[in-house]
Write a protein that binds this ligand. Sequence first.
Ligand code: SF4
Ligand code: SF4
Length: 113
Amino acid sequence: MAYVVTKPCLGTKDRSCVEVCPVDCFYNIKKKKYNDKFGIGLSPDGEEGMLMIHPDECINCGACETECPVEAIFEDSGVPQDLQEFVKINEEETLGMSDEELDSTRCTSKAKK
Ligand code: SF4
Ligand code: SF4
């Protein structure tokens, strides 16, 4: 069980979720292929891609779900049918990274810095 980031994060990516995550399990996946695939432009700061959650690190606390201004985050068991593919996308992108890649893409709350 884990939470999942879905399509509305593309073109938004405001990181509100990062500020409330107790275990820093959001990763900044800067890949334009997702903007292209879903026909969504870059985020306001000009960044490609979206945040994704590492399913083995997420403790399922649910804090991020209500924090997201565009309702991009769902528990994996409750992802709407039309966004189901994002369960696999979050898994593949995060589980496929080396420790070094995880360290360089992990999003850390400003409050903890
Ligand atoms: S459910 Fe909790 S642990 Fe999982 S990503 Fe959201 S805030 Fe982080
Ligand atoms: S709060 Fe929502 S839109 Fe903002 S970075 Fe997190 S998942 Fe993406």
